[in-house]
Design a protein around this ligand. Structure first.
Ligand code: ZN
Length: 266
């Protein structure tokens, strides 16, 4: 599932390609991915696209009176085409004939939210880790509130921190040299700082690289970020075979050599 870096990459490509285009119709062959009946969705989600941004793991297309929240779920692809081939799950049709297509998503959705609902939805997520006002005290407050929770699970909790999922939580713990099942409350101040710096540096680097290579932006440009531990057989830093541990129903990858402090959740 795409996370903060991939959706940031997608939002940037949409700012450059669909902002200014006028949305005139919507087609959808999977109406359950919409939050409104298709006819109502198409009636309300129309007019010029005035902006595109990311919040948490969603990509927002702003219209004059609301926004479309695209969540790509698993495997979702977004492309801009003049004449679509096949029958995509969702097509946003512009006045100039171009169409923004969402396809191949499993569990993805497109929700139209009014201005008020948009503001409320945005507030339902935790802070954005790359925003400059999210500092070490912000992360330390999160760790303090759930001292027994595994740090990986805490990083992935969207209500507490936005945009980090199964992939980048592994990468962040690895960069911080912390075992992902360490209890949040067991980190000393040097480790907390290390986790904070790794959160910022891993995400910034991944954003700069456009995210992971399995995802493309709307122009088909793939990300270039190379995972150092997630999904890898060997740690890319030291070459040790990666270990796996289940945390909160998700599989965490870690390096038994680099992330030695295995003080797990109590
Ligand atoms: Zn290693």
């Amino acid at each position: 599932m795409p996370e903060l870096p991939e959706i940031e990459h997608l939002a940037a490509s949409l700012r450059a390609s669909v902002v200014g285009r006028e949305l005139v119709d919507v087609r959808c062959r999977q109406p359950k991915m919409l939050n409104l009946p298709l006819a109502e969705f198409a009636r309300r989600a129309r007019g010029p696209i005035v902006g595109a941004e990311r919040r948490a793991k969603s990509c927002l297309l702003h219209l004059a009176e609301g926004s479309i929240w695209l969540h790509l779920g698993l495997g979702g692809e977004v492309t801009l085409a003049q004449a679509p081939l096949g029958d995509p799950q969702l097509a946003l049709i512009f006045a100039d004939g171009w169409q923004l297509l969402v396809d191949k998503t499993f569990m993805g959705h497109a929700h139209f939210l009014s201005e008020e609902e948009t503001a409320r939805q945005k507030q339902g997520y935790g802070p954005e880790p790359l925003q400059s006002d999210f500092g070490l005290p912000g992360l330390e407050a999160l760790l303090r509130r759930r001292p027994k929770q595994a740090i990986k699970a805490l990083l992935m909790d969207q209500a507490r921190l936005a945009g980090v999922g199964n992939v980048y939580s592994d990468e962040v713990c690895h960069a911080a040299r912390l075992y992902p099942a360490r209890a949040a409350g067991s980190l000393d101040s040097a480790e907390r700082r290390q986790l904070f710096q790794s959160l910022k540096s891993v995400l910034s680097e991944a954003v700069a690289e456009g995210g992971a290579s399995e995802y493309a932006d709307v122009r088909g440009e793939r990300g270039r970020y190379e995972m150092r531990i997630h999904g890898a057989e060997l740690c890319r830093i030291c070459g040790t075979p990666a270990g796996k541990v289940s945390i909160g129903g998700r599989t965490a990858y870690y390096c038994p050599a680099c992330q030695r402090s295995q003080e797990a959740v109590v």
